[in-house]
Design a protein. Structure first.
Length: 232
């Protein structure tokens, strides 16, 4: 039975009693969960000890701070998840879920739009086909009018050798972010003070620029909607 467990999990049981427990699949899972919880507890204690030393406070105080921060991080993540679900539902209602990728983390919900859908190659003027999806995104953003919104333009790594309008991918990405900014401000009542825009050029790729498929993914505009607990 011990050999079977090693072969199936790659872990070694600690005692004969543990081996007997593994005869039941539920007990094996419970054992693994207990080990995971113990490891997480050890990591928390270690982090608390380090924080206590840095701030010159007791380990108990440091652990309380660590627990409060972990709770806040979990609340932020749950808030972003709730936002993402509502946004995905709004996109489905407009039959536009295939035009926008939705992701989230503890600070914001990320909407990613393919650059080829928004712009012609090397251009920063929005295509007319992009207007309906931006209108829908504008409607979504108005529901989070008190949140900070950040619009980022991104390009691939291919130099702009023949462009008469833009000297670099930095300028192109910045102009594209600005085009989306102006459009959204024009079709909504969003306060421009809460809407940032920037061009990131080729410096934040999400795929390999060595392939056509990767470059296509890197040419994009991202819209980040920060949740109310993010601090932004």
């Amino acid at each position: 039975m011990l050999d079977d467990y090693i072969n199936s999990t790659g872990k070694l049981a600690e005692s004969d009693s543990d081996v007997e427990d593994f005869e039941d699949e539920d007990k094996k899972k419970e054992y693994e969960k207990e080990n995971q919880n113990e490891n997480e507890a050890d990591a928390t204690q270690s982090a608390a000890a380090e924080l206590a030393e840095q701030l010159n406070i007791s380990q108990e105080e440091a652990q309380s701070i660590e627990e409060a921060l972990e709770k806040l991080e979990q609340e932020k993540l749950e808030l972003s998840e709730e936002m993402a679900e509502k946004i995905e539902e709004a996109l489905k209602e407009g039959f536009m879920q295939d035009k926008v990728e939705v992701e989230f983390n503890a600070n914001y919900v990320l909407l990613s739009l393919n650059g080829a859908f928004l712009f012609d190659s090397g251009q920063a003027q929005l295509k007319k086909e992009a207007f309906p999806i931006l209108d829908r995104i504008g409607m979504i953003l108005t529901k989070y009018a008190d949140s900070t919104v950040e619009i980022e333009g991104h390009t691939d790594s291919v130099p702009l050798n023949n462009s008469k309008e833009f000297l670099s991918n930095n300028e192109l990405s910045d102009a594209r972010a600005l085009s989306v900014f102006y459009y959204l401000i024009g079709v909504t009542n969003l306060d421009p003070a809460y809407v940032k825009h920037s061009g990131r050029g080729e410096y934040c790729p999400i795929a390999d620029n060595a392939t056509p498929e990767g470059r296509a993914l890197n040419r994009r505009v991202e819209i980040k909607i920060y949740n109310s607990l993010s601090g932004y």
